[in-house]
Design a protein around this ligand. Structure first.
Ligand SMILES: Nc1ncnc2c1ncn2[C@@H]1O[C@H](COP(=O)(O)OP(=O)(O)OP(=O)(O)O)[C@@H](O)[C@H]1O
Length: 267
């Protein structure tokens, strides 16, 4: 299987050189193959967001290298990386233009990597395509093409954001706790939709979550970060058969630290 992402000896510090220096990522090495769906879990401050920000380009890389599909992107800006990397954030407001309609947002998503303007409006043939794509979400959104995005619910918006992130197939999809702001029922709907899109489009994806059950249930590889290092990295059959107690035991074995339950680990 082809390697899509390679992270080599990635270090990140905050407030470097001051008394408050925080060495957040301590030499992360990771190779990600095509169609891998990695779930990332770890306690507060473990470095999950810093890792995603480093991959997306939102944080400059201090030390180390990031290679995407054989191209060194270490020094590329967010906008350059966004041609190949899509990201969905926790806040449903982040991924869409609230004042634009559903179809206008989708038209913008079709222009990934090109100059983003809506000068030519939404074309009829695109409209038919959007309707078809929205119907696949199974949320009745195909009848709301002309609705302002800002008027939709958080779950509906997150579903559309996911669709926008994948309308042009990205080399890598980053999901940054994208269901954390939703109520539990909607969160399940959006997670199932995420799985469907990833499976159907055969995407390579990274998903940060605080939900240990979701990290186990979804994806084909699981990484647990702890104090800026990878404490657990499992895939294949081992991941398929994993339970929460197994995961806690693995963490304990690898990190040498004792934890009593997931609440303690993830609080
Ligand atoms: N911009 C910043 N400036 C200073 N310190 C930061 C900054 N961003 C993150 N940190 C610190 O870096 C550490 C790692 O943060 P990060 O957000 O990557 O963790 P996380 O695993 O995503 O945690 P959480 O689950 O709480 O979101 C934390 O100690 C945090 O306070």
């Amino acid at each position: 299987m082809k390697t899509i992402l390679t992270i080599q000896d990635l270090h990140q510090h905050f407030e470097r050189g001051t008394a408050n220096e925080n060495h957040v990522l301590k030499g992360i090495n990771l190779e990600m193959k095509e169609k891998e769906f990695i779930t990332i879990i770890g306690g507060n401050g473990a470095g999950k967001s810093t890792l995603l920000n480093s991959i997306a380009g939102a944080l400059p890389i201090e030390e180390g290298k990031i290679i995407l599909d054989h191209q060194d992107i270490t020094k590329q800006k967010v906008s350059q990386r966004a041609q190949h990397i899509s990201r969905v954030f926790q806040d449903p407001k982040m991924g869409t233009a609230v004042r634009l309609t559903v179809e206008e947002n989708l038209a913008l998503a079709m222009k990934r990597g090109k100059k983003r303007s809506l000068s030519s409006g939404v074309k009829e043939k695109d409209r038919a395509f959007f309707r078809e794509q929205l119907a696949m979400l199974d949320l009745g959104l195909e009848d709301r093409l002309q609705a302002e995005i800002g008027l939709l619910s958080g779950g509906q918006r997150q579903a559309i954001t996911l669709l926008m992130a994948t309308l042009i197939k990205p080399k890598l999809l980053l999901l940054d706790e994208h269901t954390a702001a939703l109520d539990p029922k909607t969160s399940v709907v959006v997670m199932e939709l995420t799985k469907k899109l990833i499976d159907n489009l055969e995407l390579t994806a990274f998903m940060v979550t605080h939900n240990m059950e979701d990290a186990i249930r979804y994806g084909n590889r699981l990484i647990m970060l702890h104090q800026g290092t990878i404490a657990v990295d499992i895939s294949g059959k081992e991941k398929e058969n994993l339970t929460v107690p197994d995961l806690l035991a693995l963490f304990q074995k690898n990190s040498g630290e004792s934890i009593k339950d997931d609440a303690l680990l993830l609080s």
